[in-house]
Write a protein that binds this ligand. Structure first.
Ligand SMILES: [Fe+2]
Length: 307
């Protein structure tokens, strides 16, 4: 299956507009000037907000990369993986059906609300909604209000996600054998507990799948910036805004990312990092003992399960 990148992420929880000060003033995203489904001639009720209360954020030339949907319960709503062509999209659907996975085509209305030409969705073994799409919408070049130079996206996708699942074996089978990700490395946390780092392009990992107990949860979403000054400036703004820093700055041993983690308005973490390595087909998967070269005090796989 020819998944090129993580194209977009949808999260959900109460009061999506709580994300505006966090995502814009702290992280450096911008509200989408035109949200999916909005007629260019009509002005939206509020910046980045669609009629159903979803708030869309830009981090590059794409119309949006992160959507925050209104819902009582908070957590991950969907991951959108990008397929490069209509032919590859059809092939992917056929492969999924061959694995016995129930695939639902996105309705025309759903495709409009994602700003994509075509989309289909299904569930991973933990029940997370996975969407495949091709042909996203671009609008205008990205300009970050607080001065982030730019985010590292393009062929590498919007970043990565770390997910906790109750059945690690089933999760790994799904992402590796069904969706065709490659394993970059892994480390063991304890008996029956581990984190595995999986890639679909040169970014060291686009999905981290781990198990620390019998629950599923979105642990974090990484947004990668250009350099350590960008990371430091986001850290300064987070501190000034009294955003809880859940993991202090440090450098991971696997992707060599220098990063820190902070609490999003919905509880799961946003990781802000730079200097992530690129890997190619010569990369040999390895087991890690020490997950960090330095720092990252406070990093743990502990979250509130959303099931
Ligand atoms: Fe991460």
């Amino acid at each position: 299956m020819d998944i090129r990148s993580l194209g977009y992420v949808g999260v959900e929880g109460p009061n999506p507009r709580d994300w505006l000060p966090f995502a814009v003033q702290v992280c450096g995203l911008t509200p989408s000037p035109l949200v999916p489904g909005q007629d260019p001639s009509e002005t939206g009720p509020e910046a980045g907000t669609s009629k159903d209360g979803t708030v869309f954020f830009k981090m590059d030339g794409r119309q949006w990369r992160l959507a925050v949907h209104p819902e009582e319960k908070s957590g991950l709503r969907y991951l959108g993986f990008e397929i490069a062509s209509p032919g590859a999209f059809e092939t992917a659907l056929t492969e999924l059906q061959g694995h016995g996975i129930a695939v639902t085509p996105g309705t025309p209305e759903e495709c409009v609300m994602r700003g994509v030409r075509r989309m289909a969705h299904f569930a991973d073994p933990a029940g997370n909604r996975i969407e495949l799409f091709f042909s996203a919408t671009s609008d205008r070049p990205f300009e970050s209000p607080p001065g982030i130079s730019s985010f590292v996206t393009g062929a590498l996708g919007m970043g990565h996600v770390g997910m906790l699942v109750p059945d690690l074996e089933a999760g790994l089978h799904f992402y590796l054998d069904v969706l065709g990700f490659e394993e970059s490395d892994y480390f063991e946390i304890g008996p029956g507990m581990a984190m595995h780092f999986l890639r679909c392009n040169a970014r060291h990992h686009t999905v981290a799948v781990g198990r620390v107990g019998d629950f599923k949860a979105l642990h974090h979403i990484l947004l990668e910036v250009q350099n350590i000054d960008d990371v430091g400036q986001v850290h300064d703004r987070a501190t000034a805004a009294s955003i809880p820093i859940s993991t202090q700055i440090g450098r991971h041993a696997n992707d060599l990312m220098i990063s820190f983690y902070m609490n999003s308005p919905f509880g799961f973490d946003i990781e802000i990092g730079c200097d992530g390595i690129l890997v190619d087909e010569d990369w040999v998967p390895q087991k890690l003992i020490q997950p960090d070269i330095w720092g990252h005090a406070g990093l743990s796989a502990e979250v509130d399960g959303d099931d």
